[in-house]
Design a protein around this ligand. Structure first.
Ligand code: HT7
Ligand code: ZN
Length: 871
């Protein structure tokens, strides 16, 4: 595919004033009539033809202002419709196309899921429905008439408000007309038709308008939509309180479907969700599922303002809506739950996904400047690093400055398709700050490295921090400029309390210094004892910090730091250093410091259970590999981590036994944060107590598995058993399957758990499971649960020394590519860490990638990932 460059952006030549769509739903021949009121754009090229995008379309009929067009006056292929000589300024173009929703296995455009009709149009799916200027800067007012057989599709949903519905006289068909008054780009279009059950509620906005809320699920699953509905109402209230944003239609509908390429989609007034992010009950959903539902419901709802009311000018600006909306959903969850624990979880995920991406061949800026396949840019960098950039803006500007900037952004750009420049200018203008250097965060890829060392001058009572920053080279960006790094910090005195933070005579505002130069020093004054610096508090900047802190300093911070994130981080860093040495040398250094720090955290009555669970969970194998950066042997990483888990499990057995007992449930299940935290610590303790595979540990896990009254406890016990080659493992896996065999989302957990077993027999197990009746390559959740989990969460087996893991995943990618290129490309992206590997494994991965790259007829999605991975 051809590269598209941000620098080549031109305004559209034609605009669509309004569009009327008419769908006659049919399983294989859905007739779509689109009436586009086209008008020349004064900002477009004079005399330009009308060029509309299509994708695999069958054109039936074309008319201009009611007159059918002869074949000689237009040019139509499946992928483009051109009117070389359109009427001068404005006209009505009528287009009739035929689409086959049943044959649509890509799940983009109009497709079927469990017999129902639904659509997915972001980023370029609308062109699979009709010819259209399918770009986000063409905003139009949509009216949609949907007609279907009433038996087949009793429910008909569209964007906006329902304006009319009824029976088609003399037929078994009925129809509904939906009108969306808010101009929107085509990627926000949606319709749903089918047999669905509705869970209804309502919400009264701050200004007193009543909004009808509906969550549509497959019949029989209504009881599982309660938490999603509750999350929706809390999100709506929160956006009013935190950002002053009210909902703007009479209805807000969510539809849960079981075949979906991503998590969910923010179509105006009609969100479509992967049912994984809607359906929950204590028996079937884990605490992680509950928090995932809360976060994704909030995320899609928040898009109503950041994405829909203000959309993106072009897809290079994707982070404008995604980074900002992730930031907003993170803030929402922090307010609903524990802020420090949420921050720790987010940073864990940022490092695992985004830092890894930034360190490999697929690294790209938060706002890329070129792409070949936009579907491949819905990445951790655009989403998670994009959110970090917004968070840094807030850290730099303070609460008030940030809110002023957001208010100005909404005021200036409501109803527009905006850019990152528009966003940043709103903050610069609202606060008077020069944010030009800050904007590098959008343009430069790679994770900055911050080197920090400190010097205490006892006589002067000063402490000097010497800081240098650099950004490693990344694809297409060999040289980097220094960035603005908001470094939140504290100077912790010997008594464990923060010392004053003064630069000369001036207190450091909000405890944040701004690092802007390649090398820079800060001289802190008024210190009567050598402090231990607590750096990058709350992970104020997404950087790799290298400091001269000693292991003893870290034990001290783990016990005393006023910043909970850095207490967590200090412990993690001690563990990471041990694991790195262990993996490199085959021998774990003495872990005494870690044991001391971990014991103190475990016993600290002031800390909540959720925090303890996060702090005491060792860094993952992926994080150790990323820190090692080169010549990684995943078996050595696994062995070091296992050895350290055994050490902690045995030396802290008493503490973990007490934590396990103290965490026993009392009363009915509740998904609230405190209860979830209690379960998290108890289940971590279960894991540590069983890590050696002792009879006691296995028996405890088996007992918990059998007695559990909720999915978190049951699946964790099963995961503990699954790590050990004991008879209890297969018995429990079988029992689990029999209990939940009718519940696809739960069976996904069963697939995942088996795909993650760090055993040489796992590859054969996964291959067998692909033949299991519950598995289907057509369903993205199944693929992700089994093959995705194997590739992304089983480093020792995916990267098997004989190359069979790589070869297997490559084979699945190739098979899947002809059905669903988006999901195939995401699976292929699991190879992004292959350059870290030791030469033999690296060679196998490269061979698998080459085999893919050389296969004829690849989708643009897979071809793009393969090419960039090998570059
Ligand atoms: N804005 C959406 C991104 C998206 C998507 C969703 C479903 C299927 C395919 C998709 N491609 C892109 C989801 C979001 O970030 O909110
Ligand atoms: Zn989003």
């Amino acid at each position: 595919p051809k590269a598209i460059h941000l620098a080549d952006y031109r305004p559209p030549d034609w605009l669509v004033e309004k569009v009327d769509l008419d769908f006659a739903l049919h399983p294989s021949q859905t007739r779509v009539t689109a009436r586009l009121a086209l008008r020349r754009n004064p900002k477009g090229a004079a005399g330009a033809p009308v060029v509309l995008e299509g994708d695999d379309l069958t054109l039936v009929r074309l008319a201009i202002d009611g007159t059918p067009l002869a074949g000689s006056s237009f040019e139509a292929t499946g992928n483009r419709l051109t009117l070389a000589h359109p009427p001068a300024d404005a006209f009505l173009l009528e287009i009739e196309t035929l689409v086959d929703p049943t044959a649509n296995t890509q799940l983009m455009g109009l497709y079927r899921t469990s017999g129902n009709y639904c659509t997915q149009c972001e980023p370029e799916g609308f062109r699979r429905i009709t010819y259209y200027p399918d770009r986000p800067d063409v905003l139009s007012v949509f009216t949609t008439r949907i007609e279907a057989d009433k038996q087949e599709a009793p429910i008909l949903l569209g964007n906006g408000n329902l304006v009319e519905s009824g029976q088609v006289p003399g037929t078994s068909r009925h129809y509904a007309v939906w009108h969306d008054p808010w101009p929107k780009p085509s990627y926000l279009f949606a319709l749903v038709g089918g047999r669905l059950a509705k869970v209804a509620d309502s919400f009264v906005t701050a200004s007193g308008r009543k909004v009808e809320l509906g969550i549509y699920v497959e019949e029989g699953k209504e009881a599982r939509a309660g938490y999603a509905m509750d999350s929706l109402k809390r999100s709506m209230r929160w956006d009013e309180e935190a950002f002053g944003r009210e909902y703007d239609l009479d209805v807000f509908n969510i539809v849960a479907v079981s075949d979906f390429n991503m998590g969910a989609m923010e179509n105006k007034g009609l969100n479509v969700f992967n049912d994984k992010y809607v359906l929950a009950s204590p028996e079937t959903a884990t605490d992680a599922d509950y928090s995932g539902i809360e976060g994704v419901i909030a995320h899609e709802y928040f898009h109503n303002w950041t994405g829909n009311r203000i959309t993106c000018r072009d897809w290079f600006q994707l982070c404008l809506k995604e980074g900002l909306t992730v930031f907003r959903d993170q803030e929402f969850s922090s307010d609903q739950r524990s802020r420090p624990v949420k921050r720790i979880a987010d940073v864990r995920m940022l490092k695992a996904a985004q830092f890894t991406e930034d360190a490999g061949p697929l690294a790209h800026p938060v706002r890329p400047e070129t792409y070949r396949e936009i579907n491949n840019f819905y990445t951790a960098t655009v989403y998670e690093k994009g959110a970090e950039v917004v968070r840094m803006l807030k850290t730099l500007l303070g609460e008030e400055g940030f809110r002023k900037g957001m208010d100005l952004y909404f005021e200036r750009h409501d109803g527009e398709a905006a850019t990152i420049e528009d966003f940043v200018s709103s903050f610069a203008d609202a606060t008077g700050r020069d944010l030009s250097q800050f904007s590098l965060w959008y343009a430069q890829s790679g994770t900055p490295v911050l080197n920090v060392s400190g010097t205490y001058d006892e006589a002067a009572g000063t402490y000097r921090l010497d800081i240098s920053q650099s950004v490693p080279p990344t694809p297409g960006q060999p040289e980097k400029k220094p960035m603005v790094i908001p470094l939140a910090l504290g100077l912790v005195g010997p008594d464990g309390r923060d010392q004053p933070l003064m630069l000369g005579n001036t207190p450091v505002e909000r405890g944040v210094v701004e690092v802007k130069e390649a090398t820079q020093s800060f001289l802190f004054t008024g210190l009567d004892a050598r402090p231990v610096p607590s750096l990058n508090r709350g992970f104020s900047a997404p950087v790799n910090l290298v400091s001269d802190l000693t292991e003893a300093d870290r034990v001290f911070l783990a016990a005393h730091d006023a910043d909970p994130f850095n207490r967590f981080d200090a412990l993690q860093r001690i563990a990471l250093e041990l694991l790195k040495t262990g993996a490199r040398t085959g021998t774990l250094p003495a872990p005494d410091a870690l044991v001391t720090a971990a014991r103190a955290i475990l016993a600290d009555p002031a800390l909540d259970a959720a925090f303890k669970a996060q702090a005491l969970a060792l860094p993952g194998e992926g994080e150790v590999a990323r820190e090692l950066a080169r010549e990684v042997d995943p078996d050595a990483v696994f062995a070091a981590r296992k050895a350290l888990r055994v050490t902690l499990g045995t030396t802290l057995a008493e503490g973990f036994t007490a934590a396990y007992a103290a965490g026993a449930a009392s009363g009915a299940f509740s998904p609230d944060a405190a209860s979830a935290g209690r379960r998290a610590l108890r289940n971590l303790a279960l894991d540590y107590l069983a890590v050696t595979g002792s009879a006691d540990g296995i028996a405890r896990a088996k007992a918990q598995f059998e007695a559990a009254d909720n999915m978190t406890d049951r699946i964790t016990a099963l995961a503990v058993l699954a790590q050990h080659d004991v008879p209890e493992r297969e018995a429990a896996l079988d029992a689990f399957y029999r209990r939940f065999e009718r519940d696809a989302l739960v069976i996904d957990k069963w697939f995942t758990l088996q795909a993650q077993i760090a055993s040489p027999t796992t590859l054969d197990r996964v291959k067998d499971l692909m033949l299991h009746p519950a598995f289907s390559l057509a369903n993205p959740n199944r693929v992700r649960a089994l093959v995705g989990a194997f590739a992304a969460a089983n480093p020792t087996q995916f990267n098997r020394a004989d190359g069979e893991g790589h070869a297997f995943v490559a084979e699945v990618v190739l098979t899947l590519d002809s059905k669903n290129p988006q999901v195939a490309a995401r699976l292929l992206a699991s190879f992004k860490t292959f350059r870290q590997l030791e030469p033999a494994r690296r060679g196998h991965a490269e061979q698998a990638l080459r085999r893919i790259a050389e296969t004829p007829g690849l989708s643009p999605d897979v071809a793009d990932i393969a090419t960039r991975s090998l570059a």
